[in-house]
Design a binder for this molecule. Structure first.
Ligand code: AMP
Length: 310
C-alpha cells in the first residue's frame, strides 16, 4: 500500500551532457547526470525536489520535462558557462566502461544551495558528486530521517578523508561491487560490507550490474536480481535510477523500516532494468508505477522455487 500523498524526496547530484560510445553506436549530448536519472526514477513514486547546477547551454525544455514528471526544479541553479560533461565508452558486452573525459565546467565553482522550503525534507538522496558538496548539503538540512548516498571510485581514490566524514552521516550507502571492494580494501563482498558498515552506514546496498544487488542491514542479506533482459542498450544511469526508485518507493510507502527497504531494493532493480532498455533517459522518463509492478511480478517468477517435498 502506498500513501495517497507521499512525502517529497530531496535529490542532489549532477546534471550533465554525456557522450556515449555504445556497441549499438555513438550518442552525443545525451542529457544525463546522477541527479537527472535519480529524479526521473524517484518521480515514478513521489514528488521530487531537485538540487543541481546547469550551464547556460542547458535547454529549458529539459527542465520542463522533469517538472512535468513532478520534479520541483526551483533548486536547479543556472550558472554562466557550460554544463558538466562526461564521456564514456562501453565494451562490446556492456560489462565494463571507461571514462574518456570529464569536464566539470559549471560544477567547478558549484556550491549546492538548498532552498529554505526544502531543508526539512525527510528523505534525502546524495547522488554521486564530490563528497565535499555532499557534506555541504547535509550541513544545510534539518534532521533528515534517511540519508542515502552514492559515490564513485574517483572520490574513493582522491578524497578518502572527506568520504570518511560523509560515511559517518549516511544511513544507507548505495555503491557498486568494485567501489565496495576499493572502499573496504577487502575483496570478499560480505566482509567488505561488514567493514563499510563499521564506518557509519547502518545499511548498505552493493550493486553487481547484471548480477543484481545485495542489501546488508544487519539481518539476513537480501538478494535482488537484475532482470534478465534480452536487449540491454545503455547501462548509463542504471545505478542512479536504482537509488532514485528506492528512495521514491520509501517516500510513497511512508516507511524506512526493514521490510520497506527490502521492497525498495526490488523496486530499484526493476526501475534500473527499464533505464537500460534505451539510450540515456529515453525509457526511464516515461516509466510508470504499473510497469515497475509488472517487473516485480516477473522477479517473483524468477525467484520462485517449489518447496521440496519430504
Ligand atoms: P551511473 O551509470 O549510474 O554510474 O551514472 C552515470 C552518470 O553519472 C552519467 O550520466 C554522468 O554524467 C554522471 N557522472 C559521471 N562521472 C561523474 C562525476 N565525476 N561526478 C558527477 N557525475 C558524474
Amino acid at each position: 500500500m502506498t500513501h495517497d500523498s507521499p512525502s517529497p524526496v530531496l535529490i542532489v547530484g549532477s546534471m550533465a551532457f554525456d557522450d556515449l560510445d555504445l556497441p549499438t553506436g555513438s550518442a552525443r549530448d545525451v542529457v544525463g547526470g546522477s541527479a537527472t536519472y535519480s529524479a526521473y526514477a524517484a518521480s515514478v513514486f513521489a514528488p521530487v525536489r531537485l538540487v543541481a547546477v546547469v550551464g547556460d547551454d542547458f535547454p529549458a525544455a529539459e527542465l520542463d520535462r522533469l517538472a512535468a514528471r513532478g520534479v520541483d526544479t526551483s533548486g536547479v541553479e543556472r550558472a554562466a558557462g557550460k554544463t558538466f560533461r562526461w564521456a564514456g565508452r562501453y565494451d562490446a558486452n556492456l560489462a565494463s566502461r571507461a571514462t574518456l573525459d570529464t569536464q566539470l565546467n559549471v560544477f567547478a565553482s558549484f556550491h549546492p544551495k538548498i532552498p529554505a522550503a526544502h531543508r526539512a525534507t525527510p528523505l534525502v538522496l546524495l547522488g554521486n558528486i564530490h563528497p565535499a558538496l555532499q557534506l555541504e548539503v547535509l550541513d544545510q538540512l534539518t534532521s533528515p530521517k534517511l540519508v542515502v548516498a552514492d559515490t564513485m571510485n574517483l572520490w574513493i581514490d582522491t578524497e578518502p578523508k572527506l568520504l570518511a566524514q560523509l560515511l559517518e552521516r549516511v544511513d544507507l550507502l548505495v555503491i557498486n561491487e568494485e567501489e565496495a571492494r576499493q572502499l573496504a580494501g577487502i575483496h570478499n563482498i560480505s566482509r567488505a560490507a561488514r567493514e563499510i558498515m563499521t564506518r557509519g552506514p547502518r545499511r548498505l546496498v552493493i550493486k553487481r550490474g547484471e548480477y543484481g544487488a545485495l542489501l546488508f542491514d544487519g539481518g539476513h542479506p537480501l538478494f535482488a536480481p537484475a532482470f534478465p533482459l534480452e536487449d540491454v542498450i545503455d547501462p548509463t544511469g542504471a545505478g542512479d535510477s536504482f537509488a532514485g526508485a528506492m528512495i521514491g518507493w520509501l517516500a510513497a510507502l511512508g516507511s524506512t523500516d526493514a521490510d520497506a527497504l527490502r521492497q525498495a531494493v526490488m523496486v530499484g532493480s526493476a526501475a534500473a532494468s527499464y533505464c537500460v532498455e534505451a539510450v540515456g533517459n529515453a525509457r526511464l522518463c516515461t516509466l510508470e508505477a504499473r510497469e515497475v509492478r509488472e517487473r516485480l511480478d516477473a522477479f517473483r517468477h524468477l525467484l520462485y522455487v517449489p518447496t521440496p517435498q519430504g
